[in-house]
Design a protein around this ligand. Structure first.
Ligand SMILES: [Zn+2]
Length: 408
């Protein structure tokens, strides 16, 4: 009544026999053909790069993605499953850069963009056979014979069609993203890449500078930054709306300073060194104007720049509780000033060098200008305090350079 069960079953062998049966009898193909008139169910897998081999991270989601179309098929729908290949972007460029012994946008342009594209095209489908073998062996039903490639003209035309349709519906606008950028590779990095490179502890200057108030006599706002080179692109100061700020008289020089009450201890040794003029919430400082410390973008004053903004990101953990705000170089800075009508300024090129908009530093790598900028601020009385900070800072996974955040 029972079939005897072989106690020495070898599962991989059993799988191979099933795969052989599927293959010889075209079971997957039949599961579609048999439902020629049935409703279609569309399932596209995110296309992988064929410049790398499949790994464990592809197998688990691949199995899950196999289950759903099978289930829908059993419910009676017709599910074609065209596999696709992602042919664009950094993975293939990076492979080709290694092969050609070049690196970065500038060297690629020197090599010739068309030539480089052709070289990439030659390797972009390098591992499709391995993918087919491994995906099939894992029991997955996908159609490799009618695969699509993101480098196919009709595929790219479809993307352009989508863009045009969105454009026609007025759903596209021009904005900025503040992204970590590698100045050596001249490219922005994705969040995923940010994690690949990792954070390293580095020393950076931490300086406090003063911004002269336009409404109160002999009074300055104190702000703190670890990126002195971004001061050139300062367009605002951010305060926390609920944070208590004080205006104090510095007894050593008779000047008045505005900073967070909680940060006073960092700037004065003793309470006898200053007298408090007033205490206000950050929200009460909103809109107060100050004089720009650099001339390059001073004309933005007419467009609403150089005033106090309020932002939830401001804390009293470090600095003065007033954040120097350069919307071209910080995500939070950008968010605070978005919608204010102040144009974003970003006088730094893809290689991390100042552009002609900043004639005094044009062509120099921004971080190399920190020292000169600090010296200038010291000489003209803008620098109040100079420290060093040891903090974790993101680096490029490709070339290990420290990244800079900038608008693209
Ligand atoms: Zn890099």
């Amino acid at each position: 009544m029972y079939k005897p069960v072989d106690p020495k079953v070898v599962f991989p062998k059993m799988e191979e026999e099933i795969l052989k049966f599927w293959n010889e009898n075209h079971i997957f193909e039949k599961s579609i053909k048999n439902r020629a008139d049935a409703d279609e169910y569309v399932f596209y897998d995110g296309p992988p790069f064929a410049t790398g081999l499949p790994h464990f991270g592809h197998l688990v989601p691949g199995t899950i993605k196999d289950i759903i179309p099978r289930y829908i098929t059993m419910k009676g729908k017709r599910v074609e499953r065209r596999f696709g290949w992602d042919c664009h972007g950094l993975p293939v460029e990076y492979e080709m850069e290694k092969e050609l012994g070049i690196s970065g946008k500038t060297q690629i342009e020197k090599f010739g963009v068309a030539k480089f594209n052709e070289a990439c095209r030659s390797i972009v489908l390098r591992y499709t056979d391995e993918w087919r073998r491994i995906m099939t062996r894992s029991g997955r039903w996908v159609d490799f014979d009618h695969d699509y490639k993101t480098m196919d003209s009709d595929y790219m035309e479809s993307i352009w069609w989508v863009m045009k349709s969105l454009w026609d519906k007025k759903l596209i606008y021009k904005g900025h993203y503040i992204l970590p950028t590698c100045p050596r590779c001249s490219t922005p990095l994705s969040n995923h890449e940010l994690n690949l490179g990792g954070y390293k502890d580095v020393h950076d200057p931490a300086i406090t500078v003063r911004f002269k108030s336009k409404s109160e006599k002999n009074t300055w706002f104190l702000a703190w930054t670890t990126t002195p080179w971004t001061l050139i692109s300062n367009l605002g100061l951010s305060v926390g709306p609920e944070i208590d700020y004080v205006k104090i008289a510095d007894k050593s020089n008779g000047s008045f300073y505005i900073l967070a009450e909680a940060r006073l201890g960092d700037y004065f040794k003793s309470e006898d060194d200053y007298g408090i003029e007033w205490t206000k919430k950050g929200s009460e400082l909103d809109g107060l104007k100050y004089e720009p410390i650099f001339p390059y973008f001073a004309d933005h004053s007419e467009k609403g720049a150089f005033r106090v903004f309020t932002g939830a990101h401001v804390s009293t953990e470090d600095g003065t509780g007033i954040v120097h705000t350069a919307p071209g170089f910080g995500e939070e800075d950008y968010a605070v000033m978005k919608g204010s009508g102040v144009p974003v300024v970003c006088p730094v090129d893809d290689e991390g060098q100042f552009t002609k908009e900043v004639p005094d530093y044009a062509g120099r790598f921004v971080k190399d200008c920190d020292k000169d900028i600090i010296k200038l601020l010291k000489d003209n009385g803008t620098l109040i305090k100079r420290d060093q900070i040891l903090h974790s800072y993101p680096h490029c996974w490709r070339c290990d350079s420290p990244l800079i955040y900038k608008a693209v």
